[in-house]
Design a protein around this ligand. Sequence first.
Ligand SMILES: NC(=O)c1ccc[n+]([C@@H]2O[C@H](COP(=O)([O-])OP(=O)(O)OC[C@H]3O[C@@H](n4cnc5c(N)ncnc54)[C@H](O)[C@@H]3O)[C@@H](O)[C@H]2O)c1
Ligand SMILES: [Zn+2]
Length: 241
Amino acid sequence: MPVSVLTGAGISTDSGIPDFRGPQGVWTKNPQAEATAMIDRYLADPEVRRDSWRARLEHPVWKAAPNAAHLALVDLERAGLLRALITQNIDELHQRAGSSPEKVIELHGTVHRVECLSCDLITPMPEVLARVEAGEADPPCPRCGGIQKSNTISFGQNLKPEVLEAAVRAARSCEVFVAVGTSLTVHPAAGLCGQALDSGARLVIVNAEPTPYDRFADQVVGEPIGRALPALVQELIDAAR
Ligand SMILES: NC(=O)c1ccc[n+]([C@@H]2O[C@H](COP(=O)([O-])OP(=O)(O)OC[C@H]3O[C@@H](n4cnc5c(N)ncnc54)[C@H](O)[C@@H]3O)[C@@H](O)[C@H]2O)c1
Ligand SMILES: [Zn+2]
């Protein structure tokens, strides 16, 4: 019974990383913050870039550890049931928990790397954060002098086509599609639920708040993810025996 999983920010809130749109979300509390996530603002405004680098320096991800929900998905893989683990998260907590990197499809990239927006040079985030700490408020690319950003997809940037294609293949080739901790409002990620349904998969949603896909789901679990996901994974493993 191949299972594909789509995770969102809600799976990492128990690890101390706030989501965007939940009750304690970064954008719920500060709606202006959403505008600074637009790529054209980032490119046009040095102050947005300086703020972004400071925010990266203080990001809770550097102190975060995987939680019970991340570990449950490692169990799902070890039971031989995981087709793919598609994530909108940029925190790498799935890999840190022990999920195989080749199973993890990072739709929105990772904050653990830095990308030059001119020459595409990729460097490790800690190297660049060290420059920020040493006083470079907006550190340019060491190769070409271009503007750098975390290697994540901002609003207004397209997803990498090969990454999206892998996610679509995973959604279309599973028997069960589980969406966890995502408001299912960001496209094309949310549309993967529709792709899975079109291909005949069962849709299971684990999220505290309602989502636009709830009415198409076979099962909606509104309990806290840290408890609900380990229980669901155990059910899937038992059902496959
Ligand atoms: N950890 C991260 O990497 C991280 C954190 C914040 C935002 N993001 C990015 O921002 C975008 C946000 O979209 P999204 O749909 O992933 O997140 P979102 O903020 O839109 O939605 C998160 C959902 O999770 C639910 N939730 C939060 N904690 C929960 C818990 N413990 N139990 C049950 N439900 C819980 C909330 O009710 C909310 O509906 C993504 O594209 C992602 O790239 C990533
Ligand atoms: Zn460069």
